[in-house]
Design a protein around this ligand. Structure first.
Ligand code: A2P
Length: 326
């Protein structure tokens, strides 16, 4: 298989290379693309150093799949060329996620949707993927009607710059130096920022509305209502989400625990509460603190954690290719 990665030098792009290697995807050619800043950079892929290229006319020719790990404006700019060249574009940005002609896919949940693509498949928002993985086993028992979610999102969600900003702030504070936040709106070290992306007309941020809108599309639950609060926390790469939900039918806790038994990619944590540090750098989503919700009749409350760069982005995208080529 011939695969391209656009944004190969970023946090998600680099993990895409690792996920292709780990999942033993049969890659006969890997083309890496980034900005002109990275021209000449070499990245080791499958044991060989591969040089980073810039995107130019005809550069996607002959590829079977292109993985996108760039911002939405660049995905929009490159998509037509990728599709015209005959490759399928698996895009991690928000550019096409809500387009009715583009499947939005978490392979364990709606992998079949990926087969009905017109050349573009979207990879969902990171905290939405992790939350859907955690609640979908319950949705299979009875459709979820309502959900309240609060996210605790790692700085990796803002890419390499998010990771370096937290590192640099911690170092500056330790040395008594001044610093000015650039990637985040306020200091993130030793702090929480309850606004990710900008506010929309209803007072919720774009990031918060993804949980409802993308969640509906992934889980095939068009009537799902979600109230979400997204918070950036000083954690490097695993997102955590607190969820309260109510399904059409009341559920017992036994039914809920049993629902996780055979569901791939999700594990109940043995000690009952996964943390971001313990769940980092792996593809599994972990669930704990399952209990009866005290507000929603017959509802359930839970806590989940998953690596933002892996299952929340790169590994999910690679799994889409894996699913389509199985
Ligand atoms: P570069 O490293 O050359 O800037 P992150 O979200 O982790 O910051 O990663 C963003 C990715 O998008 C990087 O690989 C970055 O490359 C890439 N990128 C930025 N601008 C362009 C562009 N014009 N064309 C292709 N890739 C780009």
């Amino acid at each position: 298989m011939k695969i391209g990665i656009v944004g190969a030098t970023g946090a998600v792009g680099r993990q895409m290379i690792k996920s292709l290697e780990e999942r033993k995807i049969d890659v006969s050619e890997l083309r890496l693309f980034a900005s002109p800043r990275s021209l000449g950079t070499k990245i080791n892929c499958f044991g060989e150093d591969v040089g980073v290229q810039v995107v130019e006319d005809g550069c996607f020719k002959g590829l079977d799949y292109v993985l996108g790990a760039v911002e939405a404006d660049l995905s929009e700019k490159y998509a037509a060329d990728i599709v015209k060249s005959g490759a399928v574009f698996v895009d991690n940005s928000k550019a096409f996620r809500m387009d009715p002609n583009v499947p939005l896919v978490v392979p364990e949940i709606n992998g079949e949707d990926a087969k009905h693509n017109n050349g573009i498949i979207s990879n969902p928002n990171c905290s939405t993927i992790i939350t859907c993985m955690a609640v979908y086993p319950i949705a299979k028992l009875s459709p979820i009607k309502k959900m309240i979610a609060s996210t605790y999102q790692a700085v990796s969600g803002a890419g390499m710059h998010g990771i370096t900003e937290l590192e640099e702030e911690i170092a500056a504070l330790a040395e008594g130096r001044d610093f000015t936040p650039k990637t985040f709106t306020k200091q993130i070290a030793y702090n929480c920022i309850p606004l990710i992306s900008s506010l929309t007309e209803n007072g919720y941020s774009g990031e918060e509305m993804k949980m409802q809108n993308e969640g509906r599309k992934i889980m095939h639950l068009p009537d799902l209502n979600v109230t979400c609060t997204c918070v950036r926390v000083p954690v490097f790469r695993s997102h955590a989400i607190s969820v309260s939900l109510q399904c059409e039918d009341p559920l017992t806790l036994d039914e809920v625990f049993n629902a996780y038994k055979d569901f791939p990619g999700v594990k109940l944590t043995e000690d009952g509460f996964p943390t971001p540090l313990e769940t980092s750098d792996q593809d599994t989503v972990f669930v704990g603190r399952i209990r009866k919700d005290l507000v929603f009749d017959g509802g359930v409350a839970l806590w989940c954690c998953g690596d933002q760069i892996r299952k929340g982005a790169a590994s999910n995208a690679v799994q889409i290719i894996e699913y389509l080529t199985k």
